[in-house]
Design a binder for this molecule. Structure first.
Ligand SMILES: [Fe+2]
Length: 285
């Protein structure tokens, strides 16, 4: 019995050793996430670790492999130092009212998006600090989830704008031009495009994103959805709509379709057209 205990004890000692990949990875990530709330402390700790020097290259490689079609995002949005920053909104928190409330925008940006940024930084730093394949594999899910969350929300804020119908901005207006021509070619009418987008997007089970994107091979517009925070990899993103409950529940409760109908009043089609033109590489002009 003692022998078993002894063996068990050794096993136990080896056990944690064998599980170091998970434990160390999680502890280290949680510690960094917690540290991230006090931000400077967390980052200073990472700098002192001496592992930060590898981050830029790793981050670029990961970003290139994970997000090959996101050329239009500024490089420093998701690479460079590995210390991503929450981007400022290009409008005030209440600017999208009455279609998206100030409360939603403030929580969504300051809390939700910030959490993805903080956790992405932590995951990248943890990745850079280890050479263990198992630890690196264990970090892939965190990199994908939080990296996708950062990229998706960065796209989302910019493809929204204060509504023209409220006299506040250019939101909701699809002007004559290449994007409008492509939308009409693909969907028949502007209303039909919005209807099909909403139908496809409303069909997401659970959390996810609805997308209009450009097929990089055919250069045609297509609709797509991604689950959770998965970024859109098969198409070049043109318009992304967040259909996580945190994006609408405080205002629209469980009526997702009302949110999807309302959001078109604040879609920035000028930004969408810029992305579209970049995606087709001018070949249609
Ligand atoms: Fe969100």
């Amino acid at each position: 019995m003692r022998k078993v205990d002894s063996k068990s004890s050794r096993t136990l000692r080896r056990g944690p050793g064998g599980r170091v990949v998970a434990v160390v990875g999680l502890d280290s990530e949680e510690a960094m996430v917690d540290g991230g709330k006090t931000r400077r402390g967390g980052l200073a700790g990472v700098r002192n670790s001496g592992g930060g020097g590898h981050v830029p290259i790793l981050a670029r490689i990961l970003a290139h492999n994970l997000f090959p079609y996101h050329h239009h995002l500024r490089t420093h949005d998701y690479t460079m130092s590995g210390q991503h920053q929450l981007p400022d909104l290009p409008y005030a928190y209440d600017a999208l009212e009455p279609f998206i409330s100030r409360q939603i925008m403030e929580l969504h940006h300051k809390k939700h998006h910030q959490t993805y940024v903080t956790a992405l930084n932590a995951a990248e730093q943890a990745y850079a600090k280890t050479s263990s394949p198992k630890e690196r594999i264990a970090l892939q899910a965190a990199l994908k989830f939080n990296g996708g969350g950062h990229i998706n929300h960065s796209l989302f804020w910019k493809n929204l704008a204060p509504s023209a119908s409220e006299g506040k901005g250019n939101g909701g207006v699809l002007k004559d031009g290449p994007l409008k021509t492509a939308i009409l070619e693909t969907f028949g009418t502007f209303d039909q495009f919005k209807k099909e987008f909403n139908t496809v997007t409303a069909g997401i089970q659970g959390s996810g994103w609805g997308w209009l994107g450009v097929n990089p091979a055919s250069k045609r517009l297509e609709l797509a959805t991604t689950a959770n925070q998965d970024p859109l990899l098969s198409l070049v993103p043109v318009i992304g709509v967040d259909v996580w409950e945190h994006a609408f529940y405080l205002q629209y409760l469980n009526v997702k379709v009302d949110y999807l109908n309302a959001i078109w009043n604040v879609v920035n089609f000028d930004e969408a057209e810029k992305r579209y033109l970049e995606a087709i590489g001018g070949s249609k002009l």
